[in-house]
Design a protein around this ligand. Structure first.
Ligand code: PLP
Length: 393
C-alpha cells in the first residue's frame, strides 16, 4: 500500500470541470448541449497577442526565464496598474505565475497550518477552501449575501476575525455571484483591518476589468496602509481570453516575495517564455478587444437577467461584475444541485449548483454568460419549459 500523506485526503477540486466533462460526454452521445457552466470567455485570444507568442518562439525565446518572470513584463504590469488605478507598484514586487490560481496556492501555503484560521468568501471560488483544508488550517467562510448585492459586508467580515486568523481572502468582482464590493464598503473593511496588523490579505482581482453599470472596480492596492501585508491576484485568463495560456501575476508585499520566488523555483521554474511575450503584447497593445468583449458581456448580462426573472420561481439579482448570474432558485422547490443536474441531463443546459461554491450557495445556481446571446435565449426557453412542467425531485 502506498502511504500518501493525509493532507491529500482533504484536497478538493472544481466541480465546474466535472460538469464540463459530463456536458462533453452528453454532446458526444449526440445531445444538443448549451454550456452555461463554463468559467472562461467564449472569445479567441486577440490576434496580436497570438502573433507575439509565435514571434517569441521564432526569435529563439526557448529557454528558462527568471523565476519571477521577464523584466519587461513585470514593468508592463506595473505600468498597467498605474494606468488603471494610479498606484505605484515596483516591478520588483510583481511576479509572473502560471495562471491566477497559482497566487492563491502560494499565499494559502504560506499562511495555512493546523491551528490557524483562514477566511474566504462563501459562495466563492472553490479552490480557496480546498487549499485551506489541504494545509490543515481551519476554513472560516465569510458569507456573501444576496441582500448585500453579493458584496462583502465589512462589518460581518471584521466580526469573524479572531487571534488565530492569519489570512483573509477577498474577491471582487466575484465568482460565482457577479457581485462587486463598492468602494465605501472596502474603505470600511480596510479601516477595520488597522486593528489587526498581523493579518495578511489576499485580494483576488482577476475579474477587475469586468464591471458594468458604471461601477468601478476598487483595487486594494489603492490603500497604502495595508500594502505591507497585501497580496494581489490578477492575470490574463479572463481579461484577454487567455485561460489556456496559463498566465497570471501577483503583487506581493516585500517580505513575502522571496518565499513566492522560491516556491516557483521549487515547482515550475518559470512561466512558459513565449506566453510571457504574449502577455506583454496584451498589456502594451490595443485594448479594443477587451472593451468589445466586456460590452458584449454587458449586453448578454441584461438578456440573462431579464430571462431568468421570467422563469417560474426564479429571481435573479443583476450582477455588476464578472460574467456570471447567480439566480435564487429556492422558490422553485428544487435544491440547487439536483436542479443543475436535472437541467443538464434532461434539457441539455449546463449550469453549476450553488453549493459547489460553498454552503451559502444553497438556493442558487451559477450561469455563465460566456456563450452567445442566441444560445442563452435557447437555454432560458428550455429552463422555463422544464420548471413549468417538472416537479422538484
Ligand atoms: N480566481 C477566480 C475568482 C476565478 O474565478 C478563477 C478562474 O475561474 C481564478 C482565480 C483562476 O484563474 P486562472 O484560470 O488564471 O488560474
Amino acid at each position: 500500500m502506498l502511504h500518501v500523506v493525509d493532507s491529500f485526503g482533504r484536497i478538493g477540486e472544481e466541480n465546474a470541470f466535472a460538469v464540463l466533462a459530463r456536458a462533453t460526454e452528453l454532446q458526444r452521445q449526440g445531445k444538443d448541449i448549451i454550456n452555461l457552466g463554463i468559467g472562461q470567455p467564449d472569445f479567441a485570444t486577440p490576434d496580436h497577442i497570438v502573433e507575439a507568442a509565435i514571434k517569441a518562439l521564432r526569435d529563439g525565446h526557448h529557454g528558462y526565464t527568471p523565476a519571477t518572470g521577464i523584466l519587461p513584463l513585470r514593468e508592463a504590469v506595473s505600468a498597467d496598474l498605474h494606468k488603471r488605478f494610479g498606484v505605484d507598484v515596483s516591478p520588483d514586487l510583481v511576479m509572473i505565475v502560471p495562471g491566477g490560481k497559482v497566487t492563491m496556492f502560494m499565499a494559502i501555503l504560506m499562511f495555512g497550518a493546523p491551528g490557524v484560521e483562514i477566511m474566504y468568501p462563501d459562495p466563492g471560488f472553490p479552490i480557496y477552501r480546498s487549499m485551506i483544508e489541504f494545509t490543515g488550517a481551519t476554513p472560516i467562510p465569510v458569507p456573501i449575501r444576496e441582500e448585500n448585492g453579493f458584496a462583502f459586508s465589512a462589518e460581518e467580515t471584521l466580526s469573524l476575525i479572531t487571534p488565530k486568523t492569519r489570512l483573509l481572502i477577498v474577491n471582487s468582482p466575484a465568482n460565482p455571484t457577479g457581485g462587486v464590493t463598492p468602494k465605501a464598503e472596502i474603505d470600511k473593511l480596510v479601516a477595520g483591518l488597522a486593528k489587526h496588523p498581523d493579518l495578511a490579505i489576499m485580494s483576488d482581482e482577476i475579474y477587475g476589468q469586468m464591471t458594468y453599470d458604471g461601477l468601478e472596480h476598487q483595487t486594494l492596492l489603492a490603500y497604502p496602509e495595508i500594502r505591507d501585508r497585501l497580496i494581489v491576484l490578477d492575470g490574463w485568463s479572463k481579461t484577454y481570453a487567455m485561460t489556456g495560456w496559463r498566465m497570471g501575476y501577483s503583487v506581493w508585499p516585500k517580505p513575502l516575495y522571496d518565499a513566492a520566488r522560491k516556491l516557483a523555483v521549487n515547482s515550475y521554474s518559470c512561466v512558459n517564455a513565449s506566453a510571457q511575450f504574449a502577455g506583454l503584447a496584451a498589456l502594451t497593445g490595443p485594448q479594443d478587444a477587451v472593451h468589445a468583449m466586456v460590452a458584449e458581456f454587458d449586453r448578454r448580462r441584461k438578456i440573462v437577467v431579464e430571462g431568468l426573472n421570467k422563469l417560474p420561481g426564479v429571481s435573479a439579482a443583476t450582477p455588476t461584475g464578472a460574467f456570471y448570474a447567480f439566480p435564487n432558485i429556492s422558490k422553485t422547490g428544487w435544491k440547487a444541485k439536483p436542479l443543475a443536474s436535472a437541467l443538464l441531463e434532461e434539457t441539455g443546459v449546463a449550469t453549476i449548483g450553488g453549493p459547489d461554491f460553498g454552503v451559502y450557495g444553497e438556493g442558487y445556481i451559477r450561469l455563465s454568460y460566456a456563450n452567445s446571446a442566441e444560445n442563452i435565449l435557447r437555454a432560458l426557453d428550455r429552463m422555463g419549459d422544464f420548471l413549468a412542467s417538472r416537479k422538484a425531485a
